[in-house]
Design a protein around this ligand. Sequence first.
Ligand SMILES: Cc1ncc(COP(=O)(O)O)c(C=O)c1O
Length: 373
Amino acid sequence: MAVPMLDLVAQYQKIRDEVRGAVDGVLDSQVCIGGPKVAECEKAVAAYSGCKFAIGASSGTDAILNALMSLGIGRGDEVITTTFTFFATAGCIVRTGARPVFVDIDPKTYNIDPQQVARRITKNTKAIIPVHLFGQAADMDPILEIARDRKLAVVEDAAQAIGATYKGRKAGSMGTVGCFSFFPSKNLGGVGDGGMIVTNDPALAEMCNIMRNHGSKPKYYHKYVGGNFRLDPIQAVVISVKLKYLEQWHEARRANAAWYDQRFAGCDRIVTPYVEPHSGMIYNQYVIRIRADKGASRSQVEAHLNQKKIGNAIYYPVPLHLQQCFADLVYKEGDLPHAEQAAKEVLAIPIYPELTEPQKEAVATAVLEAVGG
Ligand SMILES: Cc1ncc(COP(=O)(O)O)c(C=O)c1O
């Protein structure tokens, strides 16, 4: 049985009429930029994330870039982040003119290690970007404490983690500012690119609002150089419809994860995701480790799954400190060993809410056959 990595058609079939009605409403109104539908979506996402303000963005990437620009981060500044993340986290730092400082991860959760953050602070450090990877919140309390002591901004990259919780607090609401992505593969995905910034700081919210319109206020008067970082109304109405189902989809992902956890429990060649007891994980990805030290080979598992037409993906094969475009930052192999090891062993398998029991069985059987467990 073939199983895709993600089946958005299965999701769409259940909400098709609602989504089409909402999109038609935008088309009929011909309010194609901004307007009440974007404002409604912002209000709903702010409430859902426990924040006072939300500012729509053209993508998760632009949400991060806007947040950094609005915080005034630029040339000469350093921003500390994890090396084990999607490229956008660090790409945005470089685009402001600042320098990314990469640190290693906790090998259990794959999230940034707060102790290493503390060690890399210099007089030029302006911000920390923890990433809530795969849908599990980073260990925020020590990060927030470091930031408070040093007066640093904390920009939560919550692109993969809308709705995730840390000790009862929502991802995106703990730092200075939080950034979400509505890339279609996210738990809350649009029908194209989209994102959102959330914050409790009114001055920062206002700045993000100005920055997303090329830094102008009033229109055509530019005190700053911003960008076109706006969320489209068509994306906004789709997100507003889907937001109503989000908790239910998180639950279905959690149930699938629990099912896999149990199925893989007896196999010492596989490490299933570790979830902190205080963590409300939303499983944007279900990532297992294929243990080379126990004789298993990830490339063999990949090949077997591909042959059986079972979706799988490596997030991420190369940690950012070893990417060619960051060669001038002079990191070398061995500098951040936990992330480097994870990059060699991780494999994501299908976890989307609509997975059926026979599909899960097909995935788990194929993985177990391939590791020989
Ligand atoms: C951790 C992380 N940061 C940033 C982004 C960027 O989001 P987008 O693809 O919406 O620009 C993503 C999404 O892929 C992500 O996973």
